[in-house]
Design a protein around this ligand. Sequence first.
Ligand SMILES: NC(=O)c1ccc[n+]([C@@H]2O[C@H](COP(=O)([O-])OP(=O)(O)OC[C@H]3O[C@@H](n4cnc5c(N)ncnc54)[C@H](O)[C@@H]3O)[C@@H](O)[C@H]2O)c1
Ligand SMILES: NC(=O)c1ccc[n+]([C@@H]2O[C@H](COP(=O)([O-])OP(=O)(O)OC[C@H]3O[C@@H](n4cnc5c(N)ncnc54)[C@H](O)[C@@H]3O)[C@@H](O)[C@H]2O)c1
Lengths: 208, 208
Amino acid sequence: SIPSATIERLPLYYRCLDKMATFEETEVVSSKNLGGRLGIPSTQVRKDLSYYGEFGRRGVGYNVKDLKKSIGKILGVDKKWPAILIGAGNLGRALINYTGFSKIGLEISDIFDNDLNKIGNRVGSIQVKSVNKLEETINEKDINLAIITVPSDPAQEVVDEIIEYGIKAIWNFSPTRLYVPDDIFVRNEDLAVGIVSLIYHLSWKIQN
Amino acid sequence: SIPSATIERLPLYYRCLDKMATFEETEVVSSKNLGGRLGIPSTQVRKDLSYYGEFGRRGVGYNVKDLKKSIGKILGVDKKWPAILIGAGNLGRALINYTGFSKIGLEISDIFDNDLNKIGNRVGSIQVKSVNKLEETINEKDINLAIITVPSDPAQEVVDEIIEYGIKAIWNFSPTRLYVPDDIFVRNEDLAVGIVSLIYHLSWKIQN
Ligand SMILES: NC(=O)c1ccc[n+]([C@@H]2O[C@H](COP(=O)([O-])OP(=O)(O)OC[C@H]3O[C@@H](n4cnc5c(N)ncnc54)[C@H](O)[C@@H]3O)[C@@H](O)[C@H]2O)c1
Ligand SMILES: NC(=O)c1ccc[n+]([C@@H]2O[C@H](COP(=O)([O-])OP(=O)(O)OC[C@H]3O[C@@H](n4cnc5c(N)ncnc54)[C@H](O)[C@@H]3O)[C@@H](O)[C@H]2O)c1
């Protein structure tokens, strides 16, 4: 089985190759050069890619466009991934308006909220729906992916409901641990951990 | 030296103890119970805390309020941390309006942008300033911490400038690798890595 650290480096390789293919004339790149741009040792680059097959030629390097395409296929970002977002608040709106997600195939098709003041409003080009329409939308559009930007208290309840309707993968921004069946993927983004670890280092630096 | 994985678990213990102290009557908690709420083995909880001293009594457990206070002190979240935010766009506005950061002492005091249409507008209770005022603000208010929510292209330039003015720690949301001197702390939040790894797992599940 492939280490999760390897899986998490693939998007970094993909973005770097995408930038090279878009902004530079570079046709071929070595593992040393690709790694150097990301602060990753060249041995690690070769090892990560070896889990997925043979890429490039020894001593020559990798063809930038080919490798980008191969990694894109491995990641699945060459396909379209319709998703729903629940919680049309501050963070939800920022995610909906972000143009960067379309490059990886994420397409937020519907937005849900339980606040009567928000239902019916538009965020970007999408109209906020009531949570009463969750079952109908998930079934009609065969949605597998949900983004959770509700407060932590209702998060578990919301997630239980959408799993019942068929959601298979959850991108969770609420700072709470979600209990889900084994066949459901959950990715937690806990922004507070990032800023607190920064404060921790700054605080220790100042004390010493 | 303390492993970064340990440092990153401390905010999770802190938040869990904070919830217990606020919403429950629980006075004492065992490492097994505290770990159980977070999906962390009790041996790991004890090991993490042992880096920072003796807490609780063997066989009895930890006093919830005392342990929360001790971890808060270790993390530095019992102090106030004034910060500036650069890039008053979608994500910047969501971060500014978030009430959860005040619990950990983060206080965004000033917001900057280079877009004439944004300068002078209010986000929450703060008025957006021109980037021309960065040096003056960082020096006058002795700010150490900056949040970067500009696009990736200008990010390095912005960071070079604020380090020159005395910024010591950077919370970076732009999807690009920042080159900074060794004494500067940088924490990168790369939201794309989270969603792409979710798509990766969903895609492989569907293929098999
Ligand atoms: N904004 C940030 O910068 C930030 C940072 C870190 C973490 N978070 C986390 O992200 C989540 C969203 O934060 P925010 O700042 O956008 O909050 P917010 O209060 O602005 O938005 C939350 C939205 O969820 C909706 N909601 C509440 N209960 C619901 C339910 N049962 N079903 C459907 N919708 C429901 C609310 O009506 C609101 O529109 C929170 O869990 C927060 O802790 C946000
Ligand atoms: N919004 C999201 O959900 C999201 C998700 C992932 C990553 N990001 C990253 O976060 C960053 C912000 O994203 P966003 O969606 O808020 O973008 P945005 O375009 O809405 O906001 C960017 C802001 O930065 C300002 N800016 C540009 N150059 C500047 C400079 N040199 N100095 C000061 N201000 C400058 C712009 O005027 C604008 O207000 C980007 O790097 C983006 O890739 C955002």
